[in-house]
Design a protein around this ligand. Structure first.
Ligand code: NAP
Length: 294
């Protein structure tokens, strides 16, 4: 019997690749999505679409019913609805969870670590652990797909603004997170602890922008911006609170550099994908065409 898996976030960077991978590997895949029409256009046939919001315990309970495993990402409620739905299921539903969290500092004693994004991930890990179900926690650092914030600059004047251009980040390809999740959901031994995940190489902003320029053929430059100027610049696309939280993460990572680890290779048996590889596979998006997931 194929294993039955619920994938949340299946229209997003990690979940879309994971849903495809699991389907290809013979699992029965159900995806909880907010907009089934949009999801149907993005995902292959064969993935069962359940409509609902991750913050709605009733929708989550229905989506979890009858699955053996679930991949959970954290929405604004930091996992509260998923935990409530699992509690109501009283032992039925998934017997294993893989949680997409983040590499976040453990203790809020440090005021610089008391960031809304860090809080969301700490809370999410705690509420899902409290359900008593086995949870494999994935703690990736920043995603390669954050480069999508540069699409307007690449299509426009070619000037990329950054508050901390010198911050080197081992950005991870979301598809590698999905491959690790798939391996764990399909039975790989992940060991007891959280899985800290990174890309293969730390790159600062000018290094990532140089790669983007080489691959897209567009001349690009980096300009250092103040925090206020950057928040104004991204204001059309990112809510202000989220933009400020991202800057807070960067400020923290300047003091505590994100780890460079080999977990992707250890779990999947092949090296982590490079940032250049992510850009090559998504170059069309920077050049006005192409799809939005992955
Ligand atoms: N981005 C990073 O650098 C980074 C780093 C470390 C950890 N993370 C973690 O990874 C997660 C995903 O990253 P991302 O934001 O970059 O992914 P993303 O590609 O923007 O995907 C987010 C997915 O979650 C779905 N979603 C969001 N809120 C939902 C809700 N209330 N109900 C149902 N579905 C919902 C979205 O569905 P729609 O298509 O309906 O919007 C989409 O499929 C984040 O939540 C964060 O916890 C991210």
């Amino acid at each position: 019997m194929p294993t039955k898996v619920l994938v949340t976030g299946a229209t997003g960077a990690v979940g879309s690749h994971l849903a495809r991978r699991l389907l290809k590997d013979g699992a029965q895949v159900r995806a909880l999505v907010r907009d089934p029409a949009r999801a149907a256009a993005l995902l292959p046939a064969g993935i069962h679409l359940a409509q609902g919001d991750l913050t709605d315990p009733t929708a989550v309970r229905a989506a979890l019913d009858g699955v053996e495993q679930a991949f959970v990402l954290l929405a604004e409620d930091a996992g509260a609805a998923v935990a409530e739905a699992l509690h109501d299921a009283a032992g039925r539903g998934p017997q294993r969870l893989v949680l997409l969290s983040a590499a976040a500092p453990p203790a809020p004693a440090d005021p610089a670590a008391d960031n809304p994004l860090f809080r969301k991930h700490r809370q999410g890990e705690a509420v899902l652990a409290a359900t008593g179900r086995p949870v494999t926690v994935l703690r990736p650092g920043p995603f390669a797909s954050l480069a999508r914030q540069w699409i307007p600059a690449v299509r426009g004047a070619g000037v990329i603004g950054a508050v901390h251009p010198d911050l080197a980040l081992p950005v991870i390809d979301p598809r590698d997170i999905a491959d690790v999740a798939a391996a764990v959901l399909l039975g790989a031994d992940a060991g007891p602890g959280p899985l800290v995940l990174s890309g293969p190489q730390a790159l600062d902003t000018p290094e990532r922008v140089r790669i983007l320029a080489e691959v897209t053929g567009r001349p690009l430059t980096v300009r250092r911006l103040s925090a206020e100027a950057w928040v104004r610049l991204v204001g059309a696309r990112l809510p202000e609170a989220y933009a400020r939280a991202l800057l807070g993460v960067e400020e923290y990572l300047r003091r505590v550099p994100p780890p460079l680890v080999a977990t992707v290779e250890e779990i999947t048996g092949r090296p982590a994908r490079t940032f250049r590889g992510w850009v090559e596979d998504h170059a069309a998006e920077f050049l006005q065409t192409g799809s939005r997931a992955g």
